[in-house]
Write a protein that binds this ligand. Structure first.
Ligand SMILES: [Zn+2]
Length: 302
């Protein structure tokens, strides 16, 4: 269904070998290497990382070392890594420079390729196939961590034609072009996706700003409906009117997201929200309508 091959101007990329429908799971994979949330904490995260790397099979170590990284990123760790390796790991003087360089490379690879799992309580991991997918600000897939099967899943968030590149986002896509470009520079490239071209990016920025506002409003209402924020603190007028405008707002939100090519998990959340809201306020008829609306746009099964 997918294959890895050279992508013009981007090194390697993942491509569809056949037409893929929205909702299709493209990748279901266990981590090549994983750190718990405690192990990921500074200042000694690299000691755990090196330990996890050493416990991999020689084949998996090779797969890990083939992944993309930006050289020079952790060179300021060299002195302390050197002390650790000679004092605690018995590395000989003549092997020290090569071993320090190896640890720095392992750290650099982890830094640009790791995925935070779920809400972070499951730690983070490196996934050999997933990490080969290139970025787009209008990605055609989304990924999700499945705690039950302890696997990462990548799912098509729109119909993908045979030969099309599979893309995912590395950053928050609702940010304007300049911010996205700055954040993507960390990964060592300039994005040339359909949202980042002149003059499209100026129009896209306006649309994404409106989406950002809608998303914040939805998140606020979600916090209310989950009880995270007390309802007593809310203007009663707002609550009365919310029920009426919520479905309309969600419909607009879904339309905007689809127009911007953002058909992933944000679309999923935006379309589910009316169901949560009407459920909370006992508007059962509206709840049924809203649940139907959500099911039409559902991506991952939960
Ligand atoms: Zn882009």
């Amino acid at each position: 269904m997918i294959e890895l091959r050279p992508a013009p101007g981007k090194g390697m990329g993942m491509f569809a070998t056949q037409d893929i429908p929205r909702g299709q799971i493209l990748i279901h994979e266990a981590a090549l290497l994983r750190l718990t949330s405690q192990q990921e904490c500074p200042p000694n995260w690299w000691v755990f990382l090196y330990g996890a790397f050493e416990s991999l099979s020689p084949e998996d170590q090779t797969r890990y070392l083939e992944l993309f990284y930006l050289p020079g990123e952790f060179s300021n760790y060299a002195a302390r890594i050197s002390v650790y390796l000679s004092n605690f790991r018995g590395v000989k003087e003549e092997d020290l420079d090569a071993k320090v360089a190896l640890v720095i490379k392992i750290m650099s690879i982890y830094d640009v390729n790791n995925a935070q799992l779920g809400d972070g309580t499951d730690g983070a991991g490196i996934f050999a196939t997933y990490t080969r997918i290139n970025h787009s600000c209008a990605p055609n897939t989304d990924w999700d961590w499945q705690p039950d099967s302890q696997a990462l899943e990548v799912c098509a968030n729109q119909d993908i034609a045979a030969g099309e590149e599979i893309t995912i986002t590395y950053i928050d896509t609702l940010q304007p072009y300049e911010t996205r470009a700055r954040e993507l520079a960390v990964y060592g490239f300039e994005c040339r996706c359909k949202a980042c071209y002149d003059p499209v990016k100026a129009i896209s920025d306006l649309g994404r700003q409106a989406l950002e506002d809608l998303t914040r409003a939805r998140e606020h209402l979600e916090r209310l409906s989950s009880g995270e924020e007390p309802i007593e603190n809310v203007d009663p007028f707002m609550l009365d009117n919310c029920g009426m405008i919520i479905s309309e707002l969600a419909t607009k939100h879904v339309e905007f997201l689809t127009a911007e090519g953002l058909t992933g998990s944000e679309l999923d959340r935006a379309s589910k929200f009316p169901a949560h809201f009407h459920d909370l306020f006992g508007r059962y008829r509206r709840f049924c309508e809203a649940a139907h609306f959500a099911s039409k746009n559902r991506l991952f099964h939960q």
